[in-house]
Design a protein around this ligand. Structure first.
Ligand SMILES: NC(=O)c1ccc[n+]([C@@H]2O[C@H](COP(=O)([O-])OP(=O)(O)OC[C@H]3O[C@@H](n4cnc5c(N)ncnc54)[C@H](O)[C@@H]3O)[C@@H](O)[C@H]2O)c1
Length: 281
């Protein structure tokens, strides 16, 4: 029997090197904080140049800022190559950058624009470019080095909107998130013989800057919490535990898996009935 490991050792990322896209805000920032606070070096990729510089200076020497749009495959590859050259390694990628496609058909703001007959291909193309092709570009940027090292962990930020119909978000967003889940499965299968693991996290509703910050609107929140069994929106730091699990050796036998982090939203059912569950002790 092997000795029981200490949690700090099991989840250890110290001295390792990771790439995080969309690192200037929300979930990407929380993931980057968890990694750097535990001694990892992180390439902080974001298209918001001012903000990513500010985040890098806050995170200290462990954070390396890179103002790159993930839709620009060559710029991303160049940045990742420089980082791998400097670090001498790459242990993981969080392909996390993403944008909203606007409000869904069941929201006040999207009641007209979110309808099926009002879908506009130019708008779809930017959402697919960032949320789908940006993820593909990110995987392609790290995979040659990981295959050579015969190890690595890739984590894609998908969404519960890629797992079930979600009227709060746009068609384009839901379609792109479903597509990256399949991209995750396809690449997990191909990469497994190289020792490279690929998984996806599927957040529910987490209060970040996405969609112009509409998850900070109390009216939107009141509407959403009826569908969340834990009774509240998530906070970005609540992604950090799963991020560390997948980045570290704690997740060494996990590949091709989805990790919903959603306060139970995927359980289904509205909690707005006249007979709510009595949660008193
Ligand atoms: N917040 C939620 O409720 C929620 C739910 C499910 C999935 N997600 C996903 O989580 C990921 C992170 O989003 P968030 O909620 O933290 O939003 P956010 O807006 O707070 O952060 C996203 C970051 O990505 C950056 N970014 C956007 N497009 C980019 C591009 N083309 N290239 C590089 N950087 C880019 C932004 O500048 C921003 O800093 C996204 O993929 C999003 O779809 C979020």
């Amino acid at each position: 029997m092997s000795p029981a490991p200490h949690a700090a050792r099991l989840f250890d990322v110290a001295g390792r090197a990771y790439v995080v896209t969309g690192a200037a805000s929300g979930l990407g920032l929380a993931i980057s904080q968890a990694l750097t606070a535990n001694g990892a070096r992180v390439l902080l990729v974001d298209c918001d140049a001012d903000r990513i510089d500010e985040v890098a200076s806050r995170l200290g020497a462990q954070g390396v800022a890179s103002a790159v749009d993930v839709a620009d495959a060559q710029a991303l590859q160049d940045a990742v190559d420089r980082f791998i050259g400097d670090s001498g390694r790459v242990d993981g990628l969080f392909a996390n950058a993403g944008i909203s496609g606007g409000p869904g058909f069941a929201t006040a703001a999207g009641a007209v624009t979110g309808r099926l007959e009002n879908q506009d291909s130019s708008h779809w193309s930017r959402v697919l470019q960032v949320n789908l092709l940006g993820v593909l570009n990110s995987l392609q940027a790290v995979v040659p080095a990981m295959k050579q090292a015969r190890r690595g962990s890739i984590v894609i930020t998908a969404s519960i909107a890629g797992m079930q119909a979600e009227p709060f978000v746009s068609y384009s967003y839901a379609a792109a998130k479903a597509a990256v889940i399949q991209l995750m499965r396809q690449s997990a299968l191909e990469m497994a013989p190289f020792g490279v693991r690929v998984n996806a996290i599927c957040p529910g509703f987490v209060r970040t800057g996405i969609g112009g910050g509409r998850l900070h609107d109390p009216a939107v929140e009141a509407d959403l919490v009826r569908r969340i069994p834990l009774g509240r929106l998530g906070a970005p730091h609540e992604i950090q535990g799963v991020a560390l699990l997948l980045a570290s050796d704690a997740g060494s036998y996990v590949t091709g898996s989805l990790f919903p982090i959603d306060g139970g939203a995927l359980l289904g059912g509205f909690l707005s009935s006249p007979h709510p569950i009595d949660a008193s002790p």
